[in-house]
Design a protein around this ligand. Structure first.
Ligand SMILES: Cc1cc2nc3c(=O)[nH]c(=O)nc-3n(C[C@H](O)[C@H](O)[C@H](O)COP(=O)(O)O)c2cc1C
Length: 171
């Protein structure tokens, strides 16, 4: 599959089949995550892969009880281990780095016929506690992963028109 196709079929999946994702596939996807770029190539990140029902259930509660968080066979927490590290441009490197890495995850998952969904609505402290993540680290996103109940298709996505979001040479 070409990158363009993966971008087109990836969408937020909020309904998952009751089917395990083989660890070999998860590992393969995580290899693509590992290859993501990061500021100064620091790779200040860790990915906690959750496939135990009891832990997923706790994450579901910490994530506003969004039902698909426990429905998905796997939930991956993307953790910035140096979340306060600032780039000279005034942007926190960890947030950018984790976002790139997790986007690799979403696209590779799509290529494997798997669904994902970014989860930003979760309680940071509770999530850290559940996953035993040190207090000075930050969970950037939770990411359910699993086989979608409905096939990924190329339906139109609601997006702003290109002319509205790009300009050449000045703002
Ligand atoms: C940083 C971020 C946080 C998000 N948090 C949630 C969330 O907590 N729950 C949810 O259902 N969707 C969440 N989404 C999914 C967005 O609603 C979705 O990406 C957007 O509506 C575009 O739809 P698409 O992903 O199907 O293309 C989040 C997306 C991003 C990028």
């Amino acid at each position: 599959m070409e990158v363009k196709d993966a971008v087109e079929i990836r969408r937020s999946v909020r309904s998952y089949r009751d089917e395990k994702v083989p660890r070999t596939i998860i590992k393969d996807i995580m290899e693509s995550v590992r290859m993501a770029p990061s500021a100064s190539n620091r790779q200040d990140w860790k990915f906690v892969i959750v496939d135990e029902e009891t832990v997923k259930d706790q994450l579901y509660k910490a994530a506003n009880e969004q039902s698909f968080v426990r429905e998905a066979p796997v939930v991956i927490a993307g953790v910035a281990t140096e979340p306060e590290e600032m780039m000279s441009c005034g942007v926190k490197a960890g947030t950018v780095d984790l976002s790139i890495a997790l986007d690799h995850l979403t696209l590779r998952a799509a290529e494997e016929g798997l669904g994902t969904c970014w989860i930003g609505a979760f309680d940071q402290d509770k999530t850290r506690e559940i996953l035993e993540i040190p207090e000075d680290h930050k969970v950037i996103s939770l990411m359910p992963l699993g086989y979608p109940k409905y096939d990924l298709t190329r339906e139109d996505k609601k997006r702003k028109k290109l002319e509205k979001i790009i300009s050449y040479n000045n703002f």
